[in-house]
Design a protein around this ligand. Structure first.
Ligand SMILES: *Cc1c(COP(=O)(O)O)cnc(C)c1O
Length: 224
């Protein structure tokens, strides 16, 4: 594997959002263009994969397996990373009904980047962290390093902390969309309570997030 690109992810530009509504209210809104950090992997997904890939490599794994829905940007990023850095990738995808349909763009691209797709029923997917289910995956695919859904684990959070730099201190609030929570946790950890952070959950029932984020994050724990 050639992992040099993982070690030097350059800081991305900040772009101003110019809208009359914001101007009227005297609000400055800028976007950190993390989507520019890599031509294919991109954004928080590259940040969350960084230390997971380095750890898989350190432990001698040649294959990384992860989980996601049919439109998962994380699955897409893992496939791109597999191609860019030279490891095998496996995506365990929620919904076995998908095998009866043509692949959507996310999954088609992932497959074209060399990812092996494993479609599982929704009930099997819910038990994705159970040792029994992992065992059946290993029987089928051989040995692999597991990255959890969304790439959000301690290694993922550590990668996101590196996205935070002194430029963040120019703002009153830092905001992010929230899925599996690793990005929000990483931003909180990187900021060390110096600024307020607003998370906007993309999923309807976001109660699970408090526990998840608290688990990874020293600084959020004080507030929850
Ligand atoms: C994945 C993703 C998120 C959510 O990140 P989590 O770490 O899973 O919470 C937010 N915004 C965009 C654009 C994403 O692709």
């Amino acid at each position: 594997m050639n992992l040099a690109a993982l070690h030097n992810i350059s800081p991305c530009p900040i772009q101003n959002v110019n809208m009359p509504l914001l101007e009227e209210r005297n609000i400055k809104l800028d976007i950190l263009r993390e989507d520019m950090n890599h031509p294919l992997i991109q954004g928080n997904k590259l940040r969350k994969l960084k230390y997971n890939i380095l750890e898989a490599h350190r432990l001698g794994f040649e294959t990384i397996l992860s989980f996601g829905g049919a439109f998962s940007n994380h699955i897409s990023a893992l496939a791109a990373a597999g191609k860019a850095f030279g490891f095998n990738s496996i995506g365990v995808i929620r919904g076995d009904e998908l095998t009866k349909q043509p692949l959507n763009v996310t999954l088609k691209d992932a497959q074209e980047r060399g990812m092996k797709l494993d479609f599982v029923s929704r009930s099997a997917y819910r038990s994705k962290n159970h040792p029994e289910f992992i065992k059946t995956l290993k029987n089928h695919w051989g040995n692999f390093f597991i990255v959890p859904e969304g790439g959000s684990n301690e290694l993922g959070v550590k990668g996101v902390t590196e996205m935070v730099d002194e430029r963040f201190l120019d703002y009153d609030f830092i905001t992010t969309a929230v899925g599996s929570g690793g990005t929000l946790a990483g931003i909180l950890q990187g900021l060390k309570n110096q600024r307020k952070v607003l998370g906007f959950p993309a999923l309807r029932n976001a109660d699970y997030l408090k526990d998840e984020i608290g688990k990874w994050n020293l600084f959020s724990r004080k507030h929850s």
